[in-house]
Design a protein around this ligand. Structure first.
Ligand code: ATP
Ligand code: MG
Length: 156
């Protein structure tokens, strides 16, 4: 069903507002106003957003910033991005990061909790929507995970 993706980003920011406050992390939502409705499964895309935002919170130190952004890009797609100013991911780990159970630096990850499934689930859901998911990261600078969703559903 067609959904207002900007409203979904506002809602995810609200869902995490207590946790964000506790960690002294600020969140910003950017979405240019006239964004077309996006055909998507709201529960599934909420799960993707929850996974990405919870990662961003886990791996961003106090006083950091998380930015959620939705923009229309070329080729009839909407791009959604979750960007943080956190610890980042080393280059050698980036290519594996969507694999099930893959976690960077067991020691660093262990005391954070989690199983290493969030990103692989996110990728599966985005794939099922005929979209793509990307990650860019720089150690000690931050991480940006973005995914695309086509505006036209195949066969409609
Ligand atoms: P789960 O999501 O199952 O609770 P997890 O968060 O460890 O566990 P993923 O979400 O799949 O698993 O992420 C895999 C690994 O990628 C994480 O363990 C972490 O090392 C790294 N990672 C993911 N997102 C970020 C981020 N925003 N900043 C830094 N590292 C990240
Ligand atoms: Mg996770």
């Amino acid at each position: 069903e067609p959904t207002d993706i900007a409203a979904m980003l506002e809602e995810v920011a609200d869902r995490f507002s207590f946790q964000l406050q506790q960690r002294r992390i600020s969140i910003q939502v950017y979405a240019p106003k006239p964004l077309p409705p996006v055909p998507l499964d709201p529960d599934q895309i909420d799960q993707v957003l929850d996974n990405l935002v919870s990662n961003a919170i886990k791996y961003t130190p106090e006083d950091g910033t998380i930015t959620l952004e939705a923009t229309q890009v070329e080729g009839g797609q909407v791009e959604v991005a979750v960007q943080d100013t956190g610890v980042g991911i080393p280059k050698k780990d980036l290519q594996h990061i969507f694999e099930r159970f893959y976690r960077v630096d067991k020691a660093r990850s262990r005391n954070m909790g989690g199983t290493g499934l969030g990103l692989s689930i996110a990728r599966e859901i985005v794939k099922a929507h005929n979209g793509f998911i990307y990650i860019e990261s720089e150690v000690n600078k931050g991480t940006r995970v973005s995914f695309t969703l086509p505006l036209e559903v195949e066969g409609e």
